[in-house]
Design a protein around this ligand. Structure first.
Ligand code: MD5
Ligand code: FE
Length: 204
């Protein structure tokens, strides 16, 4: 079933459940080539979420700013290829939410350990906001917060669980959002962590 969480944001509950172990296995392979790391924001803070990427473009941050790049700054090598299982899942979720033409060329992989959080922000580093963002939650549940176009708009909360997929299109593509500090726990398949796959079309 599809639930509209916000204007243009579709929650596809359990959409990734049957491929979740394939996805987690692929995350292990990707992170053995491009390890999870705590990137530094332009303001000089180390992020509590550990990140890596796969696909043609990867999102990075350092003292110079936020950007997409084709190579891993730690190794200088291209990011690991996007597995077919990732691509198929992202495209099928986008199709179910009304975006039959979505082709991701960037996958940011976020790893939250207990206490890790992501403060309220907008995703504005892409060139074309007509493309949706597809987000896949794996492992421990997290409380997602989303507001509106303005930082001060009221915030709503939603728990995202293992296998849930959200397609953020339309007006919600640019809504402020964040993740509350992860509660401690142990997940059968992912251990003491939440993994989020964020699929984007980064460059035109
Ligand atoms: C996460 N990651 O759960 C989220 C999933 C990020 C990030 O926010 O930037 O890495 S993507 C959630 C998202 C994307 C675009 C719009 C909205 C939410 N929204 O309108 O709420 O680790
Ligand atoms: Fe975001």
């Amino acid at each position: 079933k599809r639930v509209e969480m916000a204007d243009g944001a579709w929650l596809l509950r359990h959409h990734a459940l049957d491929v979740s172990s394939t996805l987690l296995h692929a995350v292990d392979q990707i992170s053995s080539a491009a390890p999870f790391r705590h990137m530094v924001t332009p303001g000089g803070f180390s992020m509590s979420v550990a990140m890596t990427n796969c696909g043609p473009f990867g999102w990075v941050t350092d003292r110079r700013g936020y950007r997409y790049q084709t190579t891993d700054p730690e190794s200088g090598k291209p990011w690991p290829a996007m597995p077919q299982s990732f691509q198929s899942l992202a495209e099928s979720a986008a199709r179910d939410a009304g975006y039959p033409d979505f082709i991701p060329n960037a996958c940011l992989i976020n790893r939250y350990e207990p206490g890790a959080k992501m403060s309220l922000h907008q995703d504005k580093d892409e060139k074309d906001f007509t493309n949706p963002i597809v987000s896949v939650s794996l492992g421990l549940p997290a409380t997602f917060q989303f507001g509106g176009m303005n930082r001060t708009d009221p915030v709503r909360k939603h728990v995202l669980s293992h296998g849930d997929v959200v397609v953020w299109g339309g007006p919600s593509r640019l809504f402020f959002h964040g993740i509350m500090p992860l509660k401690d726990g142990i997940h059968d398949a992912a251990g003491r962590a939440r993994i989020n796959l964020t699929f984007r079309h980064a460059a035109v």
